[in-house]
Design a protein around this ligand. Sequence first.
Ligand SMILES: OC[C@H]1O[C@H](O[C@H]2O[C@H](CO)[C@@H](O)[C@H](O)[C@H]2O)[C@H](O)[C@@H](O)[C@@H]1O
Length: 627
Amino acid sequence: MSRIEDHALIGDLQTAALVDRNGTADWLCLPRFDSAAMFTRLLGGPEHGHWTITPAPAPDAGDTDPPQAVRRRYRGNSLILETEWDTPDGTVRVTDFMPSTVGVRGDAPRLVRIVEGVHGRVPVRSVLRPRPGYGTVVPWIRAEGDRFAALAGPDALWLDAEPPTTDENSTLVSEFTVAAGDRVAFTLAWHPSHAGIPPLPDPRADLTATAAYWKDWTARCTYTGPDRDAVVRSLITLKALTYAPTGAMVAAPTTSLPEEIGGTRNWDYRYCWLRDSALAVTTLARNGYLDEARAWRAWLVRTVGGDLDRLQIMYGIAGERDLAERELAHLPGYENSRPVRVGNGAAAQLQLDVFGEVIDALDTARRHGLEPCPRAAALQVRLVELLERRWREPDEGIWEVRGPRRHFVHSKVMAWVAFDRVIRLIESGDATGPAERWRGLRDEIHREVCERGFDSVRGTFTQSYGSAELDAALLLIPVVGFLPPGDPRVTGTVEAVRRELSTPDGFVLRYPTAGPGAGVDGLAGEEGAFLACSFWMADALALTGRPDEARELFEKLLALRNDVGLLAEEWGPQRRRQVGNFPQGFSHWALVDSAVALARGTGAFVPGQRAHLPSAVQRSLRPAVVA
Ligand SMILES: OC[C@H]1O[C@H](O[C@H]2O[C@H](CO)[C@@H](O)[C@H](O)[C@H]2O)[C@H](O)[C@@H](O)[C@@H]1O
């Protein structure tokens, strides 16, 4: 079984595949991110579907032990993956990609794999075992001239293979040899089974168009400070999580990659969280990507605008509301981490922080040049009217705990953010609302948080009112402008979180999941260090005048990325492996934000970056710290 970080991501802005270092695509949902997977080997075995292309194993080697890739990279700033093997017979390269725009993808989403001889003559084997329905369906494979169709109910997968291919027990096998300069292409396309035969693919034209697409997209990045390669790779990853037809964004393209190997903390992230998407869009907007912010805003207005009383904290990528959680009992799970879940029960939770994140994202995009939208402005006012009725309630909070609701301090802080930003919107003249009343409420929330959410004996904010536990989300207090970074309540909280929530290797847990403070989330087992929280610690250190410690932590976090720059949700300190869904939007926007924050801290010139901190924070910082 490949480690989580052995995978690279390819995608077409509607779905994505994971490819491991052995040349195996072991996760692919078609036609959308949240469709049932056609390849589910990631959460099971080869019988659950995969597509492997590698140098042919030596005759006595088992099928389960193909040769390791020796080099792997994305082609420039793109999502085109190149994997190269050196073998005794020579060197071979496999180029994997999914044509990356709605226009290029057309009606038939497809995965293209081009095998290229680099030198020598290398025997290669392709084994394509499509198993729709998360590995439950053996499709009917039939030859249609030179093409193969794999039919399974509503789905048809069409393989166009240049080398000779045979059907061996519903598995399409191709064995061939590539010499230096040879290029042999495969295209696997999804098509509705009722829709006849898809057009013949043109893999070379697809490659050219996809390369041009990513070149153009990455050229729009405005960040020019340090660690630019890491920043651009993270921005590409965020873009890959967007669903182009609607403007929504998945939290990650996978389900049930475990937060603890062998554990039960396994969730489906293939949906659009208001929180995750708002935070990612905020990062994209700050770095030159207003089109993505505009598209997300349109998705938001369409999705939540009509029925605010039934506001959900997450939706399907086209705005669907029914995300009922269920378990796929036939799958053993990643390294026996059961259950495998699809759907997500957190959709029914109350999470007050999302009001602040959504309204702050719209505020940030507007301040970075996104044109006003009267419908979005009206939506923000209605959201705050709703929040006015509900902010005093306990909730499940940013971490979607499955234990009892609490008065989470972070939730109340983000309620303050929602009122603060909407007041600014009204003051700008782009919306109308009871600004005076909301100023009063904003002050009331601030007072309440400082009275009930702060432990004056320990000198730290706490996870919830009156609790003894800490929470790494409290690191965001200075970032959102609730208090200035130099305030002793902020520095005390940063210090306390660092002391009590750090792992031995210096990364940061969300909250305690072991020891006396454990149990708040109502879940069995433990989890790793949460990578976004670890980046937030770097930001907090930078903001509170500790740039060297911030840089040291940031460098350590960069070193956790895999060979192609990707991060899962968490880092398992014991096994020293990435854990959780992969790649995770939270980790990648947090990486970008940290790079920008650290660049500002060093006074690095970051053209195109406007100061994004609220004015209250900017005033409290030394001039050199704000670009
Ligand atoms: O910890 C329990 C919860 O874990 C998941 O939530 C996490 O992922 C979300 C998507 O990235 C993120 O918005 C949230 O902050 C994280 O805690 C899971 O989705 C929940 O169902 C589960 O209760």
